[in-house]
Design a protein around this ligand. Sequence first.
Ligand code: BJW
Length: 261
Amino acid sequence: MADPPVAQHGRTVYHGSVSDRNAPSIVILTGAGISKESGLDTFRDADGIWSKVRIEDVATPEGFARDPDRVHEFYNARRRQLRGDGIAPNAAHQALPRLEQDWPGPVLLVTQNIDDLHERGGSRNVIHMHGELQKARCQACGAVHAWPGDMSRADSCPACASMGMLRVHVVWFGEMPFEMDRIYQSLSDCDLFISVGTSGNVYPAAGFVQEARLQAAAHTVELNLEPSEGATLFAEQHYGPATEIVPAYVRDLLSGAPKVA
Ligand code: BJW
C-alpha cells in the first residue's frame, strides 16, 4: 500500500491508492472532445459527424426502423475505425486512471462516448451512459453481447436465436441513457465535478453540472477546447487540447493545488 496523504507547504498531497471514506469524491463527465486527438471525430465541430450525416437518419429509433441497413453500416464503419491500427488512447485518457488510482476518495468516470478508449487507457470505474459501439443488443430478448465485428440483419442473437433483431447497444435520441440512478446518486454526493470535452448540447448529461452544484454544492470544473454551451455554470474553466489540459489538471489535483469543494 502506498503512503498516506501528507501535508506539504500547507497543501494536502496524495500518494498512491489509499482509500479514505471521508476523502472528497469526484465525478468526471467526458464527451467526444477527449477522443478527438486519438483520431475520432466529435459530433458538433465544423468537421464533426453531424456535418456528414443527419441525426434523424442514424441516431434515432425511427431512423433505424426506416432503414436498418443504413444504420448498421454507419456503426460498422465507426466500429472498424475504432479497431483500426491508428486509434489508441491519448494522454488525456491515460491521465484519468491516475486519478482513479491515487485519489483517496471515490472517482466515477461517466462517459457519453461509445468508444472503449477510457478502458484501453486504464480506467476501471466507467459508466457508458450512451452505450458501447462494440456491443449488440437483441430487441427480442434484451440480451447484450460483445460484438467487435460488423452487424447486419442476417445476424441472429446468440441468446435467443432470433434473426434480424440485433441493434448496436447505443442510446439514440428519445431513448433513456443507461445507469441514470447510479449517476444521479454519485452527482448528489460528489465534492468535485469535472467535465471534459463535451459541448453541453445533449441532455441529461448537459444538466449534470447543475445537479452537482445544486444537490451537492460541489466545485465544478470545465476542461474543454473552448467554452461550451454551459461554460458559465462552472466555477473553474481551463481551455486547450485535452491532451494538454487534462494531464496538467490531474497533476495539479493530485499535488493538492486546485480547490475541491
Ligand atoms: C475538444 C477537443 C480537444 C474538440 N480537446 N476538447 C429539448 C430540451 C432539452 C432536452 C431535449 C429537448 N428535446 C429533446 C431533448 C432530449 C435529447 C436532447 O438532449 N436533445 C438536445 C439536442 C436538445 N436527449 C435525449 O433524447 C437523451 N435521452 C433522454 O433525454 O431521455 C429522457 C430522460 C429524461 C430525464 C432523465 C434522463 C433521461 C438521449 C441522448 C442520446 C445522445 N446520443 C448520441 C449518439 C450516441 C451514439 C453515437 O455515438 O452514434 O450521443 S448524440 C451525440 O451527442 C452522442 C454524444 O455522446 C452526445 C454528446 O456529444 P458531445 O460528446 O458533447 O460531443 P460534441 O461534438 O457536441 O462536443 C465536443 C466538444 O469537444 C466540443 O465542445 C469541442 O469544443 C470539444 N473538443 N476537440 C478538448 N482536442
